[in-house]
Design a protein around this ligand. Structure first.
Ligand code: 13P
Ligand code: SF4
Length: 320
């Protein structure tokens, strides 16, 4: 009885919080954008849900004065670089990215100097300072196409994700020089456990994000960005999918295709939820509400970095 009462109370609090967020959104002329890896309750209140490419593109087209970017810090920075006149709120400023952190700008600059004459292509999962050192930014949704827009003999540095870089090298037959970075979530999927799941669900297709290492990609039936994988599940006539990317995407997949079964690929260490991005899960409804109330924390990027980082992101949007 007590448990029921407290569940009722928290449902009521949640409703009130959502109503307050709606009110503040109108008052501030704000729009909420969320990545597919966000906690479910945030995905459900978002005005726009998307992969990192869609979020970057949308930032430039939305008329609102304020963007609440529910994702990780580099996504909010990208929105700020593209729309410096807008206020970009990042509900939890601690929401970083292990992949972006694996590529500090001073070391990347040194790496570039060690490879003179190379075009620098950087994944969007990087700091603004790394983007400022870059010729063209890519996301997992357009990396293949953008790399292929360069002549076959173009010398290219690709950073920071070695898995995505290796995958693009393998599908294009190129030998891009790779920065040795990776994402802690995608590195941890267990091939053995995915193969066990395949035995239990022989009809299931394996879907994988290209941030997964090669041994996982080799057993994947479809490789793509979060948006590409989601779209694939909507169009496929198959009924079961084993999904090797951050488990937040399963929420939208289930909503879009309630008749289908989605199984989160397990990490090697089953004692932890390694298929969840701890950074992505830092955002909460309370933090979204507080950020709109206080108009903090705002994402700030130095003007000179904005100037240098903007062109490679715009180039990506033009090429994709
Ligand atoms: P997408 O570009 O597919 O949205 O992925 C972003 C990301 O952080 C993957 O880990
Ligand atoms: Fe970064 Fe990995 Fe989290 Fe994506 S899942 S935001 S790459 S740490």
């Amino acid at each position: 009885m007590e448990v029921e009462k407290s569940a009722e109370k928290s449902k009521k609090e949640c409703r009130e919080l959502k109503a307050e967020i709606e009110r503040l959104k109108k008052e501030r002329d704000a729009v909420i954008m969320a990545h597919y890896y966000q906690p479910e309750e945030i995905q459900d209140i978002a005005d726009h849900l998307g992969d990192s490419l869609a979020l970057a593109r949308l930032a430039t087209t939305l008329p609102n004065k304020v963007i609440v970017l529910c994702g990780v810090h580099f996504m909010a920075e990208t929105a700020k670089i593209l729309c410096p006149e807008k206020t970009v709120l990042c509900p939890d400023p601690e929401a970083g990215c292990s992949l972006a952190d694996s590529c500090p700008a001073p070391e990347f600059e040194k790496f570039i100097k060690e490879h003179p004459g190379h075009t620098v292509i950087s994944y969007v999962n990087t700091s603004a300072a790394v983007k400022a050192l870059t010729d063209v930014v890519v996301t997992s949704g357009n990396a293949h196409r953008i790399v292929e827009s360069f002549p076959k003999d173009e010398k290219i540095i690709f950073g920071p994700d070695r898995n995505l870089g290796n995958y693009i090298n393998s599908v294009t037959g190129r030998s891009m020089v790779l920065w040795n970075g990776a994402c802690h979530v995608h590195e941890k999927f267990s091939l053995e456990k995915i193969l066990e799941l395949k035995k239990e669900h022989p009809q299931a297709l394996v879907l994988a994000h290209p941030e997964c290492p090669r041994h996982i990609l080799l057993v994947a039936d479809k490789i793509g960005s979060t948006a590409v994988l989601l779209d694939f599940t909507k169009k496929s006539d198959k009924k079961e999918f084993i999904v090797a990317t951050e488990s937040g995407i399963l929420h939208e997949m289930r909503k879009a295709s309630p008749e289908k079964t989605f199984i989160a690929a397990p990490p090697a260490d089953s004692t932890c939820a390694c298929n969840e991005c701890s950074f992505m899960k830092l955002n909460t409804l309370e933090k979204v509400y507080k950020s709109l109330l206080e108009m903090q924390p705002q994402v700030e990027v130095d003007e000179d970095i904005i100037e240098k980082a903007r062109r490679p992101i715009e180039r990506m949007l033009e090429l994709s």
